[in-house]
Design a protein around this ligand. Structure first.
Ligand SMILES: [Zn+2]
Length: 473
């Protein structure tokens, strides 16, 4: 043990050293806590070519070094894990999901927002390799206590980020049975201003608003309300986050999405699903650097289970779903109910439009971030949905590497933690997945989890890859 972490760090750039030294997490005391993963294929989350025969060195919580084997030897005294044949990539992040809304087979209900349920959901995400979750609205105030507990290691599972309660519409979106302390429904600008001011005082990571008429069935938020909400949020400087409060919007229609971006919106939180996006929208998103979260999986889940696709027999899916609920999806009654639902054709059309739009926007250079709406309904399966979203992004025409960047670097930026997570670089958190097969060959290989590391701690995957073939290299 002749190589201390301090000596190791001296090899790195000053910036990386400062980032690591400034970490609130205590530094490793000796090389015994240093681990080197060697001979891996490494995807760092920045979108460049994968590094073959790479070494990743971590201490108890942070990344110390990443690089080719030739220039990044395993430090003396480090524990060495041979990852030959395996791929290492950053942990997945979802920039749009929900905690404590549904519970197993039970749909949205106020009583689901319990510590026990939220804790179980965060553990499920983590065991699927989803290491950070933006709970995009409908959060009760007690969640901030849990978020604080996580920062000192007292609340397990994926790291939670909160978009507070959110701003909805009376008798409109979000169309869930919610208690008064889970969503604001202001009726005028003064009430909107008061709601955002109250939210900002709790130091959320983002603020959610809903602008949708739910296929014409409900009143839509008036422009005066969202303009006031956005202005009030932007005027609220948050000392903890060192920036003004940002606003993400649920949208469906292109016209609303454009009006919101013109009003100063920071994040588009669903696909535009009524019509193809146009040049004006692309120019607006690029000019104002507004990221777009497609949530393709949400639209697919509105109809796909009735069609019994092959993934419904995959343990990776089965283990994530309530068994009774899954059984109900396989019945002829469920198929009949979905066929009779007048919204099913609309959902299929919306799904198709959403897929075309994300390809258009991605090709035009708009920042796409992964989010899924997992957890909002029991059909939106937490942990599995994030892997499915990667598959749908690739089906929409993105390259596997580009889809991975959406789920790592870009999602981290939307959540507001890009300086600390989302890519595998010295000084950042040791949040990564070890895969038995290469996701660049087939994006479904993100489900072939050998191990998950969350802030340096090894987590057992809920469903582990059959890596016997890899071990017999
Ligand atoms: Zn949502």
């Amino acid at each position: 043990m002749n190589t201390s972490p301090r000596n190791l760090l001296a090899c790195f750039s000053t910036i990386a050293w400062l980032a690591a030294a400034a970490s609130p997490v205590s530094r490793a005391a000796d090389a015994a806590s240093v681990t080197a993963f060697t001979h891996a294929r490494l995807i760092d989350g920045n979108g460049g070519p994968a590094l073959e025969n790479a070494t990743l060195v971590i201490d108890a919580s942070r990344i110390l070094a990443v690089g080719p084997a030739a220039t990044t030897p395993a430090p003396a005294g480090a524990t060495v894990i041979d990852a030959h044949g395996q791929t290492i990539m950053p942990g997945l992040l979802t920039a749009h999901s929900h905690l404590g809304v549904s519970k197993g087979a039970a749909g949205p209900a106020p009583e689901n927002y319990s510590r026990e349920n939220v804790a179980a959901q965060l553990l499920q995400y983590e065991s699927y390799g989803v290491l950070g979750v933006m709970s995009l609205g409908l959060n009760r105030d007690e969640a901030y206590t849990w978020r604080d507990e996580q920062k000192v290691g007292k609340f397990e599972g994926a790291d939670m980020f909160l978009a507070d309660r959110g701003i909805g519409v009376v008798s409109g979106a979000p169309p869930f049975p919610l208690k008064i302390d889970q969503v604001y429904r202001p009726t005028n600008a003064d009430e909107a201003r008061a709601a955002v001011t109250e939210s900002a005082a709790r130091h959320p990571d983002l603020l959610k608003i809903w602008v949708d008429d739910l296929f014409g069935s409900a009143p839509k938020m008036a422009p005066e309300i969202y303009q006031t909400a956005i202005n009030t949020a932007h005027a609220a400087f948050d000392e903890a986050h060192k920036h003004n409060l940002r606003v993400a919007a649920h949208v469906f229609y292109l016209a609303d999405a454009k009006a919101l971006v013109k009003a100063g919106l920071d994040v588009i939180a669903h696909s535009v699903r009524d019509v193809p996006v146009d040049a004006e929208f692309i120019a607006l998103l690029k000019e104002k650097a507004v990221p777009y979260i497609p949530t393709l999986t949400l639209d697919e889940a509105q109809f796909i289970y009735a069609e019994h696709p092959a993934f419904m027999d995959d343990p990776f899916f089965v283990q994530a779903v309530d068994p009774g609920l899954l059984a109900s999806w396989l019945t002829p009654e469920y198929a009949s109910k979905m066929a009779a639902n007048p919204n099913t054709p609309k959902n299929k059309a919306a799904s198709e439009t959403g897929r075309k739009n994300v390809k258009t926007l991605h090709d035009a250079g708009v920042t796409i971030a992964l989010g899924t709406d997992s957890g909002a309904l029991p059909t939106r399966v937490q942990g599995w949905f994030e892997h499915r979203e990667l598959q749908l992004l690739v089906a929409a025409g993105l390259k596997p590497m580009d889809a991975i960047v959406c789920a790592t670097r870009n999602a981290a930026q939307v959540i507001g933690v890009g300086a600390d997570r989302g890519t595998l670089e010295p000084g950042k958190r040791a949040d990564f997945l070890v895969l038995a097969a290469n996701p660049l060959d087939d994006i479904r290989n993100t489900t072939k989890l050998v191990a998950i590391y969350h802030t340096g701690k090894k987590i057992e995957p809920r469903v582990k890859a059959d890596d016997a073939k890899v071990a017999a290299k």
